[in-house]
Ligand binder design. Structure first.
Ligand code: UD1
Ligand code: CA
Length: 449
């Protein structure tokens, strides 16, 4: 059961808190995935604030969505779901704004519940402010939780806190939640009051410690969101380094999705990877590159400041610096794409080179073709897009415009400065250029006084 109905006032956002993003996924999605990794049982999400946006953010997930019309407290939130749950089940309670919780900690908690019927995850914090405190009796048994706002000065000095994560036998939970009242300083139905009820019913509270005190941190503002992001990124970076990737600086690496790696990949600083990216062996990615949904084969070099979105890159290609490769582009092997080159819906054949200041869009380029500096496919007439087909071993001179639809056949040469408006025959030279003329002793303009 994931509680996600709260408002998140301190985010100062029009976006519901649980839909803010951590490493490219919503906070709620992180919690869902962790929950799913430890159970095959139904997952319920209590939503409320933000309304339908929250369920709409996860249309393909197997979730039973339960709306909590008014947020009357964690106990009230849980109560909304309980009619759905068979008595014999155990209920694991998670939070949509606590995204770093690990499957290890949760598994320990579930096991604790199997033992006594009530598993409670606690943590010791140097600064316990804001959290509910764990009350133990003289022999160390948990007997209650007191919320900070209801706590005495002495209770506030307790450093063992309620993480909020609990696993409780459903039959018990139903009984206790039904008996909750809101006679406390916040007039909320506190889930935490079930602890004292369990003790009164002789159910032992089986407390377990979270694996780390970072994973239990909730996100209430954007500074905490940024802290969580850094922590998460560092964990991903270390995971990749342990799998054999060289990261020039793990603190300056951002993965917002999935990265599949080969051997001996090197990634320089400030690289951002989104979606699904797959790297072959010996791939090197220069500083400040952005890669989204890309498949890159072996021995590719991507030089600094390049952007690649939705493309397939063949073996031994060299890309950048400052290249922009846009969606639906395929580079075959040994292709070179240089600085200030933009490719869109381009298929480029083996060994072809587009090295400088060029736009190639809606284009098919054959093998061993050279595209000169500043060459452009004019693919758009303001209403429709058209295709340019360039064959094998073509030489396109500098500053050529190819007005699509047009075809340049194998072996053709296009002289620099030419505007191509008709198909070019195989092995021909196409040239459209005004004859150069001279005016002798040309009087240069002079600045007016
Ligand atoms: C809660 C615990 C506190 C614990 C802390 C850990 C209670 C009474 N207190 O306090 O002991 O130390 O978490 O972070 O449980 N929610 C709903 N519906 C509601 C109220 C809350 O879905 O009506 C959700 C919120 O979206 C949030 C979570 O439950 O994700 C916790 O609610 P919040 O009000 O923040 O509880 P805390 O005061 O932090
Ligand atoms: Ca909270």
């Amino acid at each position: 059961m994931i509680l996600a109905a709260g408002q998140g006032t301190r985010m100062y956002s029009d976006c519901p808190k649980v839909l803010h993003s951590l490493a490219g996924q919503t906070l709620l999605e992180h919690v869902y995935q962790t929950a799913e990794s430890i159970t095959h049982r139904q997952i319920y999400v209590v939503y409320g604030h933000g309304g339908q946006q929250v369920p709409d953010s996860m249309p393909d997930r197997d979730i039973v969505w339960i709306k909590q019309e008014q947020q009357l407290g964690t106990g009230h939130a849980v109560k909304q779901v309980l009619p759905e749950i068979p008595d014999a089940n155990d209920v694991l309670i998670l939070y949509g704004d606590v995204p770093l919780i690990t499957d290890e900690s949760l598994s320990t908690l579930v096991t604790a519940c199997k033992e006594t019927g009530f598993g409670l995850m606690t943590a010791y914090l140097d600064d316990p402010r804001g959290y509910g405190r764990i009350i133990r009796d003289e022999i160390g048994k948990v007997i209650g939780i007191v919320e900070e706002k209801d706590a005495s000065d002495e209770e506030r000095r307790i450093c063992e806190i309620n993480t909020g994560f609990m696993a409780i036998k459903a039959s018990h939970l139903k009984k206790w939640v039904a008996a909750l009242d809101n006679s406390n300083s916040q007039n909320e139905y506190y889930l935490t009051d079930t602890v004292a009820m369990a003790v009164a019913d002789n159910v032992t509270i089986n407390s377990v410690l979270a694996e780390s005190s970072i994973e239990i941190k909730g996100i209430n503002n954007r500074a905490q969101l940024a802290d969580a992001e850094r922590y998460y990124q560092l964990i991903q970076a270390h995971h990749l380094m342990h799998q054999g990737v060289t990261l020039m600086d793990p603190a300056r690496f951002d993965l917002r999705g999935e990265l599949e790696i080969g051997r001996d990949n090197t990634i320089d600083v400030n690289v951002v990877i989104e979606g699904r990216v797959k790297l072959g062996n010996q791939v090197s990615i220069g500083a400040n590159c952005y890669l989204k949904d890309v498949i890159i084969d072996d021995d590719v070099e991507i030089k600094p400041n390049s952007m690649i979105d939705n493309a397939v890159i063949g073996k031994r290609c060299v890309i950048g610096p400052f290249a922009r490769i846009r969606p639906d582009t395929t580079l075959n092997d040994n292709v070179h794409v240089g600085n200030f080159v933009e490719l869109k819906k381009a298929e480029v054949g083996d060994g072809s080179k587009i090295n400088h200041l060029s736009y190639m869009g809606d284009v098919h380029i054959g093998k061993d073709t050279n595209i000169g500096a500043g060459a452009i496919t004019c693919n758009y007439d303001g209403a429709n897009k058209y295709k340019t087909i360039i064959g094998d071993a073509v030489f396109v001179g500098s500053d050529v415009q190819m007005i699509a639809p047009v075809k340049v056949n194998n072996g053709a040469t296009i002289a620099a400065g030419t505007t191509i408006t008709k198909d070019v025959s195989e092995d021909a030279l196409a040239i459209s250029r005004n004859k150069q003329r001279e005016i002798d002793n040309w009087p240069r303009p002079v600045k007016k006084k």
